[in-house]
Design a protein. Structure first.
Length: 247
């Protein structure tokens, strides 16, 4: 069986843990050269070391405009112009409209919305000559977090339309999980170890949490040429939560 990302160069943000880590590991197994970014330098470098010579780590705050220049510069220096961007890094705040402070709102929007805008802008500029795929992580969550991810969804559609209009061979799609068992969600939903084995063995019809691997498999598909005609689309991974009307 061939490698689905053979000779492709990918940038994955938030790659030190959770979904980003699984994305980076899977991409590498599928033949990609990967630039991993995260604010957690120690863990990020450990993942890059696990992959080996086909990976490089860059410490990166996605809300920093100059940081994005550093990331794409590192990609060009080590491997070449990227073919794939996975906007995965985010901060999580679960609070209602009554409980969310202005400072919390601004922090979440700065990272989750503005950070994705900066990444998408950098990616379009870098990919417009040869084409590529942008995969943005959205969500179905709470107040500030949900608003920031709603902005990401709207941004994704705008980018897809712009690239099509300009005849760039760049696709942009979003993934919408309802919940993922990761280190970021553990403080809110409990440690993942207790339920991970059950999710590995079989899909629990009542479960609303999935594993990072479940997300990474869809990210791989959207990053690969297998999805070459999919653009501006939104993919839910929520075990039918929204279909059932369960929030």
């Amino acid at each position: 069986m061939g490698y689905r990302l053979k000779d492709k160069i990918a940038v994955v943000t938030g790659a030190a843990s959770g979904v980003g880590r699984e994305d980076a590991l899977l991409f590498a197994r599928e033949g990609a050269r990967v630039v991993l970014t995260d604010v957690n330098e120690e863990a990020g470098r450990a993942v890059a070391a696990q992959i080996g010579d086909t990976a490089v780590f860059v410490r990166h705050d996605i809300s920093s405009e100059s940081g994005w220049n550093d990331v794409f510069g590192a990609a060009q220096k080590h491997f070449g112009a990227p073919d794939v961007l996975v906007n995965n890094a985010a901060v999580l705040l679960l609070a209602s409209i009554e409980d969310t402070t202005l400072e919390q709102w601004q922090t979440v929007m700065r990272i989750n919305a503005e950070g994705y805008f900066l990444g998408c802008r950098a990616a379009v500029k870098a990919m417009k000559e040869k084409g590529g795929s942008i995969v943005n992580m959205s969500s179905v969550a709470f107040c500030a977090y949900s608003a920031s991810k709603g902005a990401v969804t709207a941004l994704t559609r705008a980018i897809a339309a712009h690239c099509k209009q300009q005849r760039y061979k760049i696709r942009c799609n979003t993934i919408h999980p309802d919940g993922i068992l990761t280190p970021m969600t553990a403080p809110f939903f409990g440690p993942p170890e207790g339920t991970r084995e059950a999710l590995v063995q079989a899909i629990d019809p009542s479960a609303r949490m999935c594993l990072p691997e479940d997300i990474a498999n869809l990210v791989l598909f959207l990053a690969s040429d297998d999805s070459r005609f999919i653009n501006g689309s939104e993919y839910r991974i929520d075990n039918a939560q929204l279909i059932m009307g369960v929030a």
